[in-house]
Design a protein around this ligand. Structure first.
Ligand SMILES: Cc1ncc(COP(=O)(O)O)c(C=O)c1O
Length: 455
């Protein structure tokens, strides 16, 4: 039983998999506690139902002459409008459907005018850190700030000496490692003061917080459907259309081209589309886009502010629980009290993080994540400069029980998480720390897995 005061919050939203049972290493079964939302969140039941209701009516989009083609085309375009409303876009802003945030940011990188100077904090997820490495762009990486004020000051300083010409700042709304919320509005104001544009990586913010492009005054925003309870392969890049319309299409092909004509000299002349279609060549992912729109509607209709309150309540419960376990060190850039979304990373004294996460799964049926979370520079900074060899996303550096931890454990949750999952997690951490794992573990294929014998 929780000892924390209950606050008036809504129930979790129904998600798929909430009753799924998984086997423990000892043979018994427990309901799975999905606490890896930051990687991929379960589908909202509502999204699943909407997709199932539409599926029989699925048809080819755009130029199909049949009834279902027209219906599907309407649905695809309505989905765009729903996303625009969800993000509170300005008149004239575009919504481009992509595969996910990584794709969205690579698309934006591909349309930047030659010579653009890009600024990003080294604390970013690799999806925000790496797409700018084009030969005709320059990238300035800013050191990890230790407060929101330092972040704004560092950006001001970098931009002040950056001269004229196109500039872009890329910033995350909420860290996928610490969950900490970044001062996006202030960074946007700083960017604009110096003639730069700014793109918001909202992969971790949008599922947890309303995002108003108008209010934050960012130029673009990117997010992923699969982190927003709509795992059907679609993501979004939304914002200003001028650079998008001026650039070559991200993908060349049907849909992006308005007319294609064979010239007398044997060459082929193309007139590209303007607007979102320019960067959506090929047959679009109608179901994915519809699922994203369905999730946007579901969060809005559930009362996003109430979901935020509920998540904050779970975060407090988690923080209070972990604070009572002195061996746990929570990773933070801006201080433990800084506002965060339902994402928290930590290390446990004398434990290897992969071993700890494996035990949470095998002995308690709790799914978290261990690794460097595709934010290697940030996690290394937070771990205090320990040097670890580069690894695959999420792969452990060393996974023998008792070895020093070179990576971290991340717990993350959201709109579908019941209180019980957080409580079970805290209780499991406490028990593992005090009693140790009950089973032996070994490394197999780079992962820590339980052996078939008790310790
Ligand atoms: C902050 C952040 N940005 C970008 C991404 C990339 O998202 P995706 O893998 O959906 O493209 C992630 C994924 O974890 C993320 O957490």
């Amino acid at each position: 039983m929780s000892t924390y005061p209950a606050v008036a919050v809504c129930a979790p939203l129904p998600v798929l998999g909430r009753d799924v049972e998984v086997p423990l290493v000892g043979g018994e079964k427990v309901t799975y506690a999905a606490l890896d939302y930051a990687a991929s969140a379960p589908a909202l039941q509502r999204v699943w139902d909407d997709v199932a209701a539409y599926a029989p009516y699925y048809g080819s989009v755009h130029r199909g002459a049949g009834y279902l083609s027209q219906l599907s085309t309407d649905l695809f375009e309505q989905s765009r409008a729903t996303v625009a409303e969800f993000l509170d876009l300005r008149d004239g802003d575009q919504v481009v459907f992509t595969r996910a945030t990584t794709d969205s940011l690579n698309l934006l990188a591909s349309v930047l005018p030659a010579g653009t100077r890009v600024f990003a904090f080294e604390t970013e997820h690799h999806a925000s850190l790496l797409p700018w490495r084009r030969d005709d762009l320059t990238v300035g990486y800013l050191r990890a700030p230790r407060s929101p004020e330092q972040a704004v000051a560092a950006l001001e300083e970098a931009l002040a000496g950056s001269g004229d010409g196109p500039k872009l700042v890329c910033v995350t709304g909420a860290s996928n490692v610490t969950g900490e919320i970044w001062p996006v509005r202030e960074l946007a104001a700083a960017a604009h003061r110096h003639g730069a544009r700014i793109v918001l990586d909202a992969a971790q913010l949008a599922p947890h917080h309303p995002v108003s492009v108008r209010d934050l005054d960012v130029d673009w925003v990117a997010f992923s459907g699969h982190k927003l309870y709509a795992p059907f392969g679609a993501g979004v890049l939304a914002g200003r259309g001028d650079w998008l319309d001026a650039a070559e299409p991200y993908l060349a092909g049907g849909g992006a081209s308005r007319t294609v004509a064979r010239e007398l000299d044997g060459s082929v002349a193309v007139e590209w589309q303007q607007g979102p279609a320019r960067h959506e060549a090929g047959s679009p992912n109608v179901i994915g886009a519809y699922a994203v729109a369905s999730a946007c509607r579901a969060l809005t209709e559930a009362g996003f502010d109430r979901l935020v309150d509920r998540e904050q309540y779970l975060i407090e419960r988690l923080r209070a629980g972990l604070a009572g376990i002195p061996q746990v060190r929570v990773l933070t850039l801006f201080g433990e009290e800084h506002p965060r979304v339902g994402v928290l990373s930590f290390v446990v004294r004398d434990w290897n993080s992969s071993h700890f996460s494996a035990a949470l799964s095998a002995e308690y049926g709790i799914g978290v994540r261990d690794g460097l979370f595709c934010a290697h520079p940030l996690v290394r900074t937070l771990l205090g400069g320990e040097t670890a060899a580069p690894s695959e996303c999420g792969a452990p550096e060393a996974s023998l029980p008792g070895e020093r931890s070179l990576n971290a454990i991340r717990v993350s949750f959201g709109a579908g998480t019941p209180d019980e999952h957080v409580d079970r997690f805290v209780a499991a951490v406490r028990e593992l720390v005090s009693d140790g794992a009950q089973w032996a573990y070994r490394t197999e294929g780079g992962r820590c897995v339980p052996d078939t014998r008790r310790r």
